[in-house]
Design a protein. Structure first.
Length: 129
C-alpha cells in the first residue's frame, strides 16, 4: 500500500496527537523558556517527519527522521523532569508521557527497517508499507 502524504503516516498522526497535549500542558508552565522549549520540540517531531517526506530523497528523509527522533527524546526528557520537579501536574504529565511513549519505538523502526526495505525503487513521492 503506497503512502502519498506524510499525513497518512501513523508516526506523524501520533506526533500530532502529542502536540495537542503538550500545548495544553505548556499553558500551566510559568517559565516562558520551559514552555517555549516544550512547544518547539513537540512541533519539531511532526514537522521534521513532514519536511523529510517532502524532500523526495531517501537520504534527506532519513536525516529528518533522525532529527524527529532526537526531538521525541527531548520531549520525553522534559516531561519527566517537569513532572518530577512538580512544574506540571502529575496526571496531565502522565497523559503526555503516554502520548510520547508509542512514538519513541516507531521512529527507529520506521527509520531503520521500513525506510530501507519498503521504498518504491523509483522514489516518486510514494512510500510503501
Amino acid at each position: 500500500m503506497a503512502v502519498n502524504s506524510y499525513r497518512e503516516l501513523f508516526v506523524w498522526q501520533k506526533s500530532k496527537d502529542l502536540i495537542a497535549i503538550t500545548f495544553e500542558l505548556s499553558k500551566l508552565i510559568r517559565d516562558y523558556s520551559f514552555k517555549d522549549q516544550l512547544n518547539r520540540a513537540s512541533l519539531s517531531i511532526s514537522n521534521n517527519i513532514a519536511e523529510g517526506f517532502g524532500r523526495k530523497s531517501k537520504r534527506e528523509f532519513r536525516r529528518f527522521l533522525n532529527i524527529a527522533l532526537g526531538s521525541a527524546y527531548e520531549v520525553e526528557s522534559m516531561l519527566i523532569i517537569f513532572k518530577e520537579l512538580k512544574i506540571t501536574p502529575e496526571e496531565l504529565s502522565n497523559k503526555a508521557i503516554s502520548k510520547i511513549s508509542p512514538i519513541l519505538p516507531i521512529l527507529p523502526f520506521f527509520l531503520f527497517f521500513q525506510f530501507f526495505h519498503f521504498f518504491h525503487s523509483s522514489y516518486s513521492s510514494s512510500l510503501v508499507y
